[in-house]
Design a protein around this ligand. Structure first.
Ligand SMILES: Nc1ncnc2c1ncn2[C@@H]1O[C@H](COP(=O)(O)OP(=O)(O)O)[C@@H](O)[C@H]1O
Ligand SMILES: [Mg+2]
Length: 390
């Protein structure tokens, strides 16, 4: 990587959201980069750029976030296949990371996300592709260490005040008794209190080296791992919960529905996510303050198989995960999107998922061995296109 290249402000205030396309072009041009494509997303502005006829991937964030990503990159680059970081350009409080372009990533191709959709469309699946990805977890799980904090805390502990308490403050549903499939009773106020206490407790964590934001658009089937802001030694449970929620449910349904921008060049899902809409029956009784929900999780067979392949890696390495995994999963359900602001059926589905995952028990102390069975028993298959189940 080149040395940090600092130059003056271009235009007005250099807040990431206030950088105009013109400003970005000017900054990159000063460094001999010509922009080919640019995407304005929530967490970053990114795209492709050319310098000396070579294509690169650029990513613009606050300089603080960029430094976090450089740290993440440095910590995992020897163990995981990652695109090479070529240059870092800093302009006051904004940074531009320039990466080698992963040419295998094309329109609706190259990401784990694209691969899963292709398998679902053809209704075929062989485990070789995902095994090649998961082999790196297998290798890293051989080197476990204890840590007091970890980069992925950003998605958990650090979202207690900023999202969990903030988003769900004074929500009338907090008081409700939620009855799922006539057997599971939950109350959101109690759950929020439990999460608040749980994440407040100082602990030490069993950690392994991981990419840290394992959603299916951050992983390429080459294999290659991208988006390294939270890469490093991460708590095993935090990593498993994030992968589980993304791969099983969020990346097929909630993310494309509520954050379509993340699917730039991988837009096929935008006309498919409706197939993953749950078939739930529910009733809301505002006088009795109860919600009754009946139904199943909506997950394709292929997504279940991939999850099982993933969990097997941890079990093979004798990783024992306790019931606290549930709290990490619930944080993902409640703190990626504000479920209060969703379409009603999706608010209901989110509450349903909270109940289903909280029901998981660590029989024989290892919760991992129960996940497969629970998901199999409480999910229905997805019908794609002409009614074929996948
Ligand atoms: N080096 C790269 N070459 C090609 N595509 C990339 C590269 N790095 C990331 N991408 C693609 O761009 C998307 C956005 O980049 P990412 O680093 O994940 O930014 P964000 O933090 O906004 O999610 C990724 O999901 C991935 O599909
Ligand atoms: Mg990303």
């Amino acid at each position: 990587m080149n040395l940090i290249n600092i130059f003056g402000k271009v235009g007005g205030k250099m807040e990431i959201t206030e950088l105009s396309e013109k400003d970005i072009k000017a900054i990159l041009k000063t460094n001999q980069y010509i922009i080919k494509n640019i995407n304005f997303q929530n967490n970053s502005i990114n795209g492709s750029t050319i310098k000396n006829k070579i294509k690169y991937f650029f990513k613009i964030m606050s300089s603080e976030r960029c430094k976090q990503e450089i740290e993440g990159y440095s910590s995992i680059k020897a163990e995981y296949p990652v695109p090479r970081l070529v240059e870092y350009i800093e302009c006051t409080d904004t940074g531009i990371l320039i990466y080698e372009y992963v040419n295998a990533i094309k329109n609706n191709q190259g990401l784990l996300h694209d691969y899963i959709l292709k398998c679902e469309a053809k209704n075929t699946y062989t485990s070789d592709v995902v095994k090649k990805i998961f082999q790196y977890y297998d290798k890293s799980l051989k080197k476990i260490c204890r840590v007091n904090s970890f980069p992925m805390e950003e998605f958990y502990k650090k979202r207690i005040n900023t999202r969990l308490l903030n988003w769900y403050k004074d929500w009338e549903i907090n008081e409700y008794k939620i009855i799922i499939n006539e057997t599971i009773n939950i109350n959101l106020k109690e759950i929020i209190g439990t999460l608040e206490n749980f994440f407040e407790m100082p602990k030490t964590y069993e950690a392994f080296l991981s990419q840290g934001d394992p959603n299916t658009v951050n992983i390429g089937i080459k294999p290659i791992f991208m988006d390294l802001t939270t890469a490093g030694y991460n708590y095993i449970e935090a990593e498993i919960a994030a992968f589980m929620w993304s791969e099983l449910i969020a990346d097929a349904y909630f993310c494309p529905k509520y954050h379509a921008k993340s699917y730039k060049y991988h837009e096929q899902i935008l006309c498919l996510y409706d197939n993953y809409k749950p078939n739930l029956k529910y009733s809301i009784n505002r006088d009795k303050k109860t919600i009754k929900i009946d139904g199943n999780l909506k997950i394709s067979k292929i997504r279940k198989k991939i999850l099982n392949e993933y969990l097997r890696i941890f079990m093979k390495n004798n990783i024992v995960v306790g019931e606290e995994l549930k709290y990490y999963i619930v944080m993902r359900i409640l703190c990626i999107f504000n479920i209060r602001e969703m379409e009603e059926i999706d608010t209901i589905y989110s509450l349903f998922c909270v109940g289903m995952f909280l029901k998981l028990e660590a029989k024989g102390k290892n919760i991992l061995s129960n996940i497969e069975l629970m998901i199999e028993n409480y999910s229905e298959d997805v019908k794609i296109g002409h009614g074929e189940t996948v």
